[in-house]
Design a protein around this ligand. Sequence first.
Ligand SMILES: [Zn+2]
Length: 428
Amino acid sequence: MIRILAAAAAALISVSTAFAQDEDVTVIHAGWLLAVPGEAPQRERSIIIRGDRIETVEAGYVTPDGAEIIDLSNSYVMPGLIDSHVHLQHELSPTRRLDNVTRGSADDALQGAAFARITLMAGFTTVQDVGGDLEASVALRDAQRNGWITGPRMRVSGPAVTPTGGHADINGYNLDIMHAFSSPASCNGPADCRRAVRELVRARVDVIKITATGGVLSQTAAGTEQQFFADELESIVEAAHMMGRRVTAHAHGVTGINAFLSAGGDSIEHGTYLDDASIRLFRDNNAYLVPTVLAGATVAELAETADWMTPEVRQKSREVGPNMLAMLRRAHAGGVRIAFGTDSGVSAHGQNAREFQLMVEAGMTPMQAITAATVNAADHLQMGDDIGTIEPGRYADIIAVASDPLEDVAALMDMQFVMQGGEVYRSE
Ligand SMILES: [Zn+2]
């Protein structure tokens, strides 16, 4: 059990001038500390936290006067986890298609707040939401920053840029409904696709998400190959880069993966049918792959058990799902940089850490999987100076579990302690 001890009142008074900036000092006594994933863990370290940032990490257990001590001497302590691919506003369910036409932006934002809380409690202190209602996405991100809701730090894309009839366009309804709900992010031709990117930038999204290929859960029987023309992909990437945004692409089929990376794209989500040429393109672009193997496992399972799946979706689930583990194995062996992402919302929120076990099944070591969810994901999200390690100057986003995650990554399914920005949100 974790004890949080307040120091004696006398000590508090004696140091009050030293901490005149009115910032609380907290010290975590970590029995085992993985400060920088990729480097060896250390025993018996003290993490000194001032306000919302890490000030220093010291050997042994130190107890500065006036500091609050958090005893994690029997725990395994590491940086907060980062999920590069979530959909906080939804969770796959039999009523999803009806929800799309009955819920509004406010419903999406409030549902997102509930799922954000669950995600933080599972040890994920930062996420990238790559697909949701535009107004709700930006509002959720800002509400978390303002301290109005409890949840991970967020980067958001809002709705994915898609061709008309493409994977992220409204689909599976009658024509009247589809006209009424057409997304501002659906576009055709290079000029129109620049407009879509610019509208999203105007709405203050952090990153541009596109659907470079068909997808599993759309109802159009349009396959899982390339859906944008090369000139459209180039115009999207160029317009986004010009305005300081990276572009990440949902892509299963190899035609779309390679066309997007050839157009200068920054990262690929899923990557199911990538080939040797894709692996070279990843390396040339220094692009990240976000494997979302958990989504593949989830839809493959649902294809056999869920009676509400339409025939179009069931068939694609059976094709795509089982291929994702082999895809990650090939990409990892080929030296592709991996950033952790789950597509949670397809799977249940709060189960994000199941992805670690699948990554290990695909041939990654526990250390490599954890590095993908910390150091790599922080770099992928352009937040490497702020999160991803326990080092001076980083946010105090710190988690702990009861057993060694380098022995068995399943340890990360049972979160004991969650701190974000120096605040304790979970302690048991
Ligand atoms: Zn997704």
